[in-house]
Design a protein around this ligand. Structure first.
Ligand SMILES: [Zn+2]
Length: 495
């Protein structure tokens, strides 16, 4: 008798605990931030102390996330965020605060998305429309078909089978090796994608669904191919893994599976401009030479963009605040740039690098913070071995805070990359991942709840001191193509 109730109690308690957790754990707990016992009486020490004791980074993330909200490029909310950040920059002592416009194309606004099975269990489940794809214009009803073709040739096998169908474009059981990168020929890849889309349109397909890459019911935001109005596109959405895999199981029963799908995104009537926001503390001795610190103010729109990238934007503003509070004036100009259009392909930073191409030689370095809340462990050298010595000197005051890593790796997925490609020493902060790539990044979980204050404060300390040291040092970081050491190439991708 006593055994059964104990087991039952344990089971139900376990179930209860699970049910109460807002999200199942997605990542190991972050490493503790090293504690610095005292701060040296140097400019770096003053910045470290000021930020540790008075940082406003978390309050800024909450303001951007809770009060302004999702900041899709081209949206009114991003404009509100820019107006707010402009006022913040001015309040924090920056001068020459201004916006720089670039042509963005059509804006896109998320509508109401819904999906419901019309057969089997009748489940309603989450769908998130890919931004910059057309709406379904009301609910469409169609049978599902699994179309896991990855090339135009494979797709042609489905000729005659797609009319009025909703296509599942991910096969979760796909065991085929990934397709090669086709020699890195991006144009050929894009041309084939466009031909595949035209095939689906010609065949009369209704919409496409893909499986979210995130586990535990998380959706995923991304952009579709329709930013160019000349390129036709189908309505498309991501489905979280659990309902998506259910749809695949139902199809495997060889019975018709029918869905009602409504995707409500809308385009603006006319192309819009997008903006980068710039503010600076002029250099006391070399005002014509510049250290840039940046993050992107734009975000996706399933959550409120707290860790992608209100965090990096807030860190960049904190650098201004710490300089103002300590009264420190850098030898070179310290410029903060809050980019936009990052999520649509680094559009803002590309536009900035292009517009300032005559002045790129004057940039000492570009530093970007865009991997969520996690503490900074170092910077990607992007293959620039010849910058290692000076970067090591710049981060030396931060070694006791855990900032030690200078990886030769190249990271291409955030706003330093267009500068790096143009020959400017430009580095991404290597951060503790916390739950970024498993959880908050592009998902509906991206809220300030996932910001770890002590980790983000350390990040602000790291960016402020590295920028200060780079602005102060006598030497200039070498520009030009990366100079790698002899030996095998370092891997590229995420640090
Ligand atoms: Zn980002």
């Amino acid at each position: 008798m006593p055994r059964t109730p104990v087991v039952l109690l344990a089971l139900s308690l376990g179930a209860l605990l699970q049910a109460q957790a807002p999200f199942p754990p997605t990542a190991p707990a972050p490493s503790p931030v090293p504690v610095m016992k005292d701060y040296p009486d140097t400019p770096a020490g003053k910045l470290l102390r000021e930020i540790k004791e008075h940082a406003e980074v978390v309050a800024r993330v909450e303001y951007l996330s809770d009060l302004i909200g999702p900041r899709l490029t081209g949206s009114d909310r991003l404009r509100q965020a820019q107006a707010w950040a402009k006022a913040e920059m001015t309040r924090l002592g920056a001068v020459n605060v201004h916006e720089e416009a670039y042509d963005f194309g059509l804006a896109w606004t998320r509508g109401v998305d819904s999906a419901r099975l019309l057969t089997h269990n009748g489940l309603r489940f989450r769908v998130d429309q890919l931004a910059w794809t057309p709406a379904t214009k009301g609910a469409v009803k169609g049978e599902l078909i699994l179309v896991d073709a990855r090339t135009l040739q494979e797709l042609q096998a489905f000729k005659g089978q797609l009319r009025n169908k909703i296509l599942l474009r991910t096969n979760p059981d796909d065991k085929r090796p990934p397709l090669g990168r086709r020699g890195g020929d991006m144009e050929a890849y894009q041309a084939e994608q466009a031909s595949m889309m035209q095939f689906l349109l010609d065949e009369g397909a209704l919409a496409t669904l893909a499986m979210s890459g995130r586990k535990n019911g998380l959706g995923f935001a991304s952009g579709g191919p329709g930013r160019d109005p000349k390129k036709p596109a189908l309505p498309a959405a991501y489905v979280p893994q659990e309902p998506y895999k259910m749809l695949v199981r139902l199809l495997a029963r060889k019975e018709p599976v029918k869905l009602e799908l409504s995707l409500g995104g809308t385009y603006s009537a006319a192309p819009v401009q997008a903006y980068n926001l710039v503010g600076e503390i002029p250099g006391r001795e070399k005002p014509g030479e510049v250290v840039i610190v940046g993050g992107h103010l734009d975000s996706w729109d399933l959550g409120t963009g707290a860790t992608d990238n209100a965090t990096g934007s807030s860190v960049a503003l904190e650098v201004l605040r710490a300089l103002q509070a300590t009264g420190l004036k850098p030898r070179r100009t310290l410029r903060v740039v809050l980019w936009s259009g990052e999520e649509q392909g680094l559009l803002g930073s590309r536009a900035y690098a292009e517009a300032h191409k005559a002045d790129l030689d004057a940039i000492q370095a570009v530093l970007v913070h865009d991997m969520g809340t996690g503490m900074v462990k170092g910077f990607t050298l992007q293959g620039r071995e010849n910058c290692r010595g000076l970067m090591a000197q710049a981060i030396a005051p931060l070694n006791d805070l855990g900032v030690k890593e200078l990886s030769l790796r190249t990271m291409n997925s955030t706003d330093h990359a267009p500068f790096d490609r143009a020959g400017v020493p430009a580095f991404a902060a290597i951060q503790e991942p916390v739950d970024y790539f498993l959880g908050t990044h592009h998902s509906q979980m991206d809220f300030p709840d996932h910001v770890v204050p002590e980790q983000l404060v350390q990040g602000a300390q790291a960016l402020a001191v590295t920028a200060w040291e780079l602005a102060e040092m006598e030497a200039r970081l070498p520009h030009g193509r990366p100079v790698r050491p002899a030996g095998p190439a370092a891997p590229s991708g995420r640090p």
